[in-house]
Design a protein around this ligand. Sequence first.
Ligand code: FE2
Ligand code: FE2
Length: 190
Amino acid sequence: MEKSQWLPYLEKNLSPRRYRHTLGCAKLADELAKIYQVDSDKAHVAALLHDVAKELSVEAMQAEIKKTDITIPEMVRDNPALLHAYASTAMAQSKFGIDDEEILNAILYHTTGREAMSLLEKIIFIADAAEENRTYHPQIKQWRQQAKKDIDNAVLQVLEYNIIRVIQRGFLLDENTVKARNDLVMRNVR
Ligand SMILES: [Fe+2]
Ligand SMILES: [Fe+2]
């Protein structure tokens, strides 16, 4: 798809709330990319596409993933909270023609994080968690400000909040989230 068609596509295919979140995510990703001297085109593209599959049914997400050679871990297969990151990565490849590994990994790990995240992955993780339209936690604004000064510390705070929230709700906890958190603690990020 031509890049000029991306925003019309997203506006048409996402709910107004999700579209606003996507634009907020792109705005914060742009800002963080500038601060940390990360390729701003990559950050912008990853932010725009990170949730492109979020509102599909589980079956439609699985169908999008089947078009690519992405494999789905068993615990992710029927879990839309995790599956949408895989499906969005698949759509970035098949529908939007993205073949850059760094962009694809930033989309794939935007929900869970992973061990030894790249700066681009951290930027998309934080942009998703703490963009200006987010309201799920009183600390979001602090996370956003902290990310501009010390992104590792902000990522650690969000990972720890996510781990607690996932357990409190009785959801499956992705091991990548635990590894991402331990990795940052071992590097004395706190
Ligand atoms: Fe997401
Ligand atoms: Fe998101």
